[in-house]
Design a protein around this ligand. Sequence first.
Ligand SMILES: Nc1nc2c(ncn2[C@@H]2O[C@H](COP(=O)(O)OP(=O)(O)O)[C@@H](O)[C@H]2O)c(=O)[nH]1
Ligand SMILES: [Mg+2]
Length: 195
Amino acid sequence: MNLVDATERVDEKHLKVIIIGDSLVGKSSFVESFINGKIRRTTTGVDFAFKIVKCQEQVVKLQLWDINGQLERCSPIRKLYYKDASACVVIFDVTQYKTFDSAIKWRKNVETLSNVSSLPCLLLANKVDLQSHSVTDEEIEERCNQNNFIGWGKISAQDRTNIDETMQFLVEKALISNGRLDSDVGILLQAESIK
Ligand SMILES: Nc1nc2c(ncn2[C@@H]2O[C@H](COP(=O)(O)OP(=O)(O)O)[C@@H](O)[C@H]2O)c(=O)[nH]1
Ligand SMILES: [Mg+2]
């Protein structure tokens, strides 16, 4: 290994991002939309995807852990899934109110079972391309503030609305939270601007 390789290795940042929410809210679609490809399906309760992004000249290797059927239902082993996460995305379907209620349960579940204190969690309303929204912006804002989310956003995994902006915001917050980015220069997007 030469000196350049060694330096690059030292500079590599790895972030584990967990994607949670009820079945069918669009978690896998969100990940596939972000990576612009298919996720790696497994039978373990978690599907995986990887993406390398650049954040302020820093190369970041993102590991996206997409919860699937088995783990969506069975909570005792979720602790393993949450272990050592750097950031969390809680997704709900903006046309299904009960998935919005569930999003808060997912947030509390992470808070209880995660081994990381103050894990940055983002709340995302998916399927905004559909007409019949059953949750208002005011309700999302209120629950975001009440439940210690770092921000919220409206996305469509189907037509790729706000996908990259949302992930950029989350990665910057996660790097700051992990002490890997200067908070004065780190924020390009504020919570409000990703709505
Ligand atoms: N209209 C619309 N449908 C979506 C969107 N995201 C996902 N879906 C659909 O919702 C269903 C469930 O999506 P999936 O990603 O499998 O959800 P998961 O169970 O949370 O992983 C699929 O039929 C998707 O095509 C979206 O942004 N808009
Ligand atoms: Mg899925």
